[in-house]
Write a protein that binds this ligand. Sequence first.
Ligand code: ZN
Length: 118
Amino acid sequence: MGSAKLAQVTSRADPWKTYRVLKRVGIVSVVFLFLMFILVTIGQLDMRSQPFRVLTFGWIVFGLVMLTVTHEVRCPRCGQRFYAKGAEFWQMTKECLHCGQEKYAEVSSGPLSGSHGK
Ligand SMILES: [Zn+2]
């Protein structure tokens, strides 16, 4: 009888896992970009060289993938896109653009309170 409930609990273990992974990847990529910038500054990396072009291209592709993944991340509370609402896309938001669920805060279960039901 309790199996359905158990599955629900398991899936709710860490609703922010994707967000944390994205954040870590984001930090690593910024550090990487910073290192590249330093290498160019101290003359260890030629901006006209082939490796630099490959790195730059890779970074642009990586950035686009990150943007797409971030755009598609769903809110654990209302199930809608956390960072996007229609044409609006705000990557730095700290709460869901739809239901106002705070990032990394405990997800309140059950129906949304204060929703404009009939
Ligand atoms: Zn939401």
